[in-house]
Design a binder for this molecule. Structure first.
Ligand SMILES: Nc1ncnc2c1ncn2[C@@H]1O[C@H](COP(=O)(O)OP(=O)(O)OP(=O)(O)O)[C@@H](O)[C@H]1O
Ligand SMILES: [Mg+2]
Length: 379
């Protein structure tokens, strides 16, 4: 069994990570498609997919409820007993659901959901999207009726935001400022440290007194809920580190993307999390064994009266230069993380925006198999 097979056959959760634009969403959707074709009840949590891919996945509008994709679209011959569902992460409504779940009564819930500060920050607070992606993953894994959940992650500026997000929430809840803002009465604020009052006054001057009142009201409204949030964050964190959870790191063969991937891999190992597959996406196809230098010599030596041939040699030499560059970069990465299996996906001639082309991507990751139309894709 290859590492890629083990992912879809044996794991319960796959987290696709990597830097911006490398193909996380595409790979996550292709892995879920493959798992469904192998009979699993798969769901992919996507983040901001391209419009056409969203439509292909049945996500016509932003929705954080899983939508099942009609079986005949991804498995027309009904060879699989599995199912394929997708949802687009909606950070704000996932946060709302958490508030609903942990509020002590409907009145507290309404107080938080209506709070201006909450409404403004719940979708935009740093790390919230990462945390909510992991939160959604937990919800789908435990109560969604799926035995395989793939999560696409946001293009993070800081490589491990989503792994660290539950911990950061715990840190926030443990923070003294939070404890102070949670204080039940304003009298307490009066005896709060002089430094804190000065800080709040300064903030109020910049953002306005209303904002500060909203913030204080928000944290007060939170009272009684933090224990639930705390426990939840710890559970989400343990799911991320569970044995049945796999990390797939996606990159392209370009030096900058590979450098990010290396950094990612090293940081994940700080958390004792290992990468089960390194997917190198958009690899240029190799058409010849002849080195670029020889192809350039052949172009120079070709009969100038045959400009078409000269051009073809030059084109092949350029492509081969790219292939040699990518091979060299990949070799270096392999030396740095030798135990991680590498899967390559070639650069396709068009964007991946429908189930057929997703099937083609899956074919490259997992080997040839019939695509949604019943044809065999060739890797
Ligand atoms: N192998 C490929 N060949 C051709 N096009 C590809 C390939 N892989 C991905 N693409 C296209 O590249 C674009 C970016 O891919 P994708 O959205 O999956 O990246 P991402 O890592 O999720 O990006 P972001 O970080 O912005 O979320 C998409 O338009 C997708 O269709
Ligand atoms: Mg994406």
């Amino acid at each position: 069994m290859t590492a890629a097979d083990a992912l879809v056959d044996e794991r319960a959760v796959v987290i696709c990570c990597g830097t911006g634009g490398v193909g996380k969403t595409t790979t996550a959707a292709a892995i879920a498609l493959e798992a469904a074709r192998r009979g699993r009840n798969a769901c992919v949590v996507t983040i901001d997919p391209a419009r056409r891919l969203a439509n292909a996945l049945g996500l016509d509008s932003l929705s954080d409820a899983a939508t099942e994709i009609a079986h005949e679209l991804w498995d027309p011959k009904y060879l699989s007993a599995g199912s394929l569902s997708a949802l687009m992460l909606d950070t704000k409504s996932t946060f709302d659901h958490l508030v609903e779940r942990y509020s002590t009564d409907p009145e507290q819930c309404a107080r938080i959901l209506d709070n201006r500060f909450y409404r403004n920050v719940s979708g935009a607070l740093g790390g919230t999207q990462e945390y909510m992606a992991m939160e959604k993953l937990h919800e789908l894994h435990t109560t969604g009726g799926f035995d395989f959940v793939v999560v696409d992650t946001p293009p993070t500026r800081h490589a491990l935001d989503f792994v660290e997000a539950p911990g950061r929430l715990l840190q926030l809840l443990d923070n003294r400022i939070f404890a102070l803002l949670m204080a039940p009465t304003r009298a307490y604020m009066k005896v709060a440290s002089y430094a804190m009052q000065t800080l709040l006054r300064t903030i109020a001057r910049v953002v306005g007194r209303d904002v500060i009142d909203d913030v204080i009201a928000f944290f007060r409204a939170f009272e009684g809920m933090e224990q639930g949030f705390r426990e939840r964050a710890a559970v989400v964190q343990s799911l991320i580190g569970a044995e049945t959870t796999s990390f797939v790191l996606i990159t392209t063969p370009r030096r900058d993307a590979l450098a990010e991937a290396e950094y990612f891999a090293l940081r994940l190992s700080d958390y004792e999390l290992s990468i089960d597959a390194l997917v190198v996406n958009r690899v240029h196809p190799c058409f010849t064994e002849t080195p670029a230098s020889s192809l350039n010599k052949l172009a120079a030596a070709a009969d100038p009266v045959n400009p078409g041939l000269v051009e073809r040699y030059k084109l092949l030499a350029d492509l081969q230069t790219m292939v040699e560059y990518e091979t060299n970069e990949l070799r270096k990465v392999h030396e740095l993380i030798p135990d991680t299996p590498i899967s390559k996906i070639p650069l396709l001639s068009a964007d991946v925006h429908d189930l057929d082309s997703l099937g083609e991507i899956a074919g490259h990751l997992f080997g040839d198999r019939p695509n949604a139309a019943g044809n065999v894709s060739h890797s």
